[in-house]
Write a protein that binds this ligand. Sequence first.
Ligand code: APR
Length: 251
Amino acid sequence: MGPKLTGGEFIVILTGAGISAESGLGTFRDKDGLWTRYDLAEVATPEGFARNPALVHEFYNARRANSREARPNPAHEALARLRRDWPGDVLIVTQNVDDLHERTEPAPPGGDGPSGLIHMHGRLEGALCAACGHRWPAPARMAPADPCPACAAAATRPDIVWFGEIPYHMDEIWFALRQADLFVSIGTSGTVYPAAAFAQDAGRAGAWCLEINAEASAVAEDFDAVLIGPASRKVPEWVEGLLAALSHPPG
Ligand code: APR
């Protein structure tokens, strides 16, 4: 399925909550999803944080605890394999704030995250000072009175991009989408922008676009092909097929 490949293609992959669902982390908009149980305006906006920082910290403390208990599933592992074995470049852009992608890869020296992985909506493992912009590793539990290690202000927040804020690294992402030969979206409902427009952006610039999701997303028509099924099965199958096509190119 898809275009003829040489191995030199640049692959850009967008992931969403669906890729971590089978690791036990809830999605947002499915039945029993986080936004059916919590008021998004109270826990995921700067205004909600200003009103009740303790409540917001509790919400993310609980999610951080869940994320630390979770393990990467075969979909995360398959993408790590693709990044290792694909001769061309592979960039993963994730909307997820868990660290299950990085846990499939050896940590690079210096404590940085792996290159080729962008957390566009921030990370549960990051703390951010709203006063001076300093970032540091998040402890298991954060509280409103926690002082910033750099400026001592009690303005600590989770390093998460909330509704109404601008996602991280957008220039780099848009540049990548324009260069991409293949764009693959995995486990996202296609309802939150700008990520929901990535297939359209990449497709217009010439990429072949594939969606892998439990159901057709809200933007499924922007893709050249859609694979429906659980990420833990569909992503390894897709990666296997891609790598096999390289070792046995169609005659
Ligand atoms: N395999 C593949 N897809 C799955 C699976 C699975 N096992 N389980 C659920 N899905 C699909 C659902 O069908 C749905 O289309 O994953 C998608 C999850 O959608 P959302 O809950 O909307 O999550 P996401 O698209 O990542 O949300 C985007 O919204 O609130 C914000 O900032 C938050 O990054 C998040 C953004």
